[in-house]
Design a binder for this molecule. Structure first.
Ligand SMILES: Cc1cc2nc3c(=O)[nH]c(=O)nc-3n(C[C@H](O)[C@H](O)[C@H](O)COP(=O)(O)OP(=O)(O)OC[C@H]3O[C@@H](n4cnc5c(N)ncnc54)[C@H](O)[C@@H]3O)c2cc1C
Length: 445
């Protein structure tokens, strides 16, 4: 049995037996031994001092445990497992509300092993996937802008965005529907108008595009770092290179076991991206992981046409159900990638090397729709989509354990929402509900 040190010290004063039955566990055995010989008041002062120096050290008293019992078992309001795009944002919003937050990541984020690396991520409002996302997006823009102000750096570049396809394509129809429903500024462009305004692009004659002026690009790793920095400043404890191995509910809260020890919390947020299913061993969750490759090419002609001021982000449904997108040259080359059609993968087995065949395959699409970008390949990186069966997010309480919130599988389009989902997670944890309609994201499989 473990009790907090304050409660235990009180008991020590009250009960004649208590002093012999309790001993102190702090971070080292030597210190524990030393402290155990001290009067209760001295111990309390020492705990206060140590805790102030390092909030990770929250002393706990153990009842009839041997002295070499693992030292600190700290207790928090919320533990966040995974500090990528979603977890870093959640850590910030929760800490900002005064929650005692422990954020844990198996690596040192931002890193290149999950789903949030590769310099840039598209943000757009005319959401072809479903108009329900639009209110979240509008709030996301506000929060990204706040994050820029708080950290005094540029995270969001507005470039405008083109959703290109045939008029009946799900991309064009869906983007138009969202724009009309939510009164978003937009224009419809014929193929020749597109070529004229954006000469880098070569749409086919029967293609049209919806242009939305507010689309743009987030600088991905900087966004994650900014959330982490602000989370720390707001009082969150963030621990890297610490793997969450398991968790369990014990009636009074959640115990989280990691590669370094064990912690307690009232709530647990699972934002573990591609690793999520490992932390849900009892649920048969039909998530599929997909390898996605991002490519950067040097333009060979009309270089200026690929610069952010001249070229919007563009997403194409070039054949029915087949998508690719491109981001103008932010200094590393023109970024191009397919959206889906990746091979099934896992974080452990993913092939990081991008083959010449894959590069050639991407080039064929480039030659067809943006031939000026068919220059040297500058870089390529593989990354993981964590897909739900219907492609919508999964954000909900654990079906059998209410204090656990699942908030990560974003089916390859979640980054732009990270700021607002961080806020929504904080709302769900602190108030039990979000002001946004998250019904689309509930457990449904
Ligand atoms: C190539 C590519 C392009 C994309 N383009 C876009 C785009 O343009 N626009 C857009 O909006 N979205 C885009 N997305 C999707 C978006 O990037 C992801 O939805 C989002 O980044 C996922 O964030 P996450 O926090 O869920 O996962 P991650 O950022 O991967 O974070 C998960 C974290 O959990 C940690 N973790 C996992 N398990 C444990 C454990 N047991 N213990 C401790 N730590 C653990 C991991 O180390 C990792 O840091 C793209 C994705 C890819 C792969």
């Amino acid at each position: 049995m473990a009790v907090t040190w304050r409660a235990a010290l009180k008991a020590e004063h009250r009960s004649a037996q208590a002093p012999s039955e309790f001993f102190v566990a702090v971070e080292t055995r030597r210190q524990s031994t030393w402290l155990n010989r001290k009067p209760a008041a001295v111990r309390a002062q020492c705990f206060d001092d140590r805790h102030q120096q390092n909030p990770r050290i929250i002393p706990v008293l153990f009842h009839r445990q041997p002295l070499y019992f693992p030292a600190v078992r700290a207790s928090y309001d919320v533990i966040i497992a995974g500090l990528g795009a979603m977890g870093s944002a959640a850590a910030f919003h929760l800490a900002q509300r005064g929650q005692r937050v422990l954020g844990l990541d198996q690596f040192t984020p931002p890193h290149t092993f999950g789903s949030s690396h590769g310099q840039t991520r598209i943000i757009r409002q005319a959401y072809f996937e479903n108009p329900c996302y639009v209110p979240l997006l509008l709030r996301a823009y506000e929060l990204w802008s706040d994050l820029e102000d708080c950290t005094d750096q540029k995270l969001l570049h507005i470039t405008g965005g083109l959703m290109v396809g045939r008029p009946e394509s799900s991309l064009v129809r869906g983007a138009l529907q969202s724009s009309q429903l939510h009164n978003l500024p937009h224009e419809l462009l014929e193929s020749h108008e597109m070529r004229h305004r954006f000469p880098a692009l070569h749409p086919e004659r029967d293609m049209i595009a919806l242009f939305e002026p507010r689309a743009g690009v987030l600088i991905a790793e900087k966004c994650v770092q900014a959330h982490l920095d602000l989370a720390r400043k707001s009082g969150a404890t963030l621990q890297f290179n610490e793997l969450v191995t398991s968790w369990n509910a014990d009636g009074t809260g959640i115990r989280v076991q990691t590669s370094s020890g064990e912690y307690r919390a009232t709530s647990l947020v699972l934002t573990s991206g591609a690793w999520l299913t490992k932390l849900l061993p009892d649920l048969q969750v039909p998530l599929s992981l997909e390898r996605q490759v991002q490519f950067w090419f040097d333009p060979i002609q009309r270089t200026a046409d690929f610069q952010p001021g001249r070229c919007p982000i563009h997403l194409w449904e070039f054949d029915s159900g087949r998508f690719f997108y491109s981001i103008p040259d932010f200094g590393r080359g023109v970024k191009v990638a397919r959206h889906h059609e990746g091979i099934p993968t896992s974080p452990e087995s993913i092939e990081r090397v991008v083959s010449p065949i894959e590069i050639e395959d991407m080039r064929q699409t480039i030659r067809r729709f943006m031939p000026g970008a068919d220059g040297n390949i500058r870089d390529a990186a593989s990354c993981i989509y964590t897909n739900t069966p219907d492609g919508h997010f999964w954000i909900d309480r654990h079906p059998h354990c209410n204090p656990v919130l699942i908030a990560s599988p974003c089916s390859g389009h979640g980054f732009k929402f990270a700021a607002v989902l961080g806020e929504a997670i904080a709302d769900l944890i602190c108030n039990g509900q979000s002001r946004f309609d998250l019904n689309l994201f509930r457990t449904r499989f």
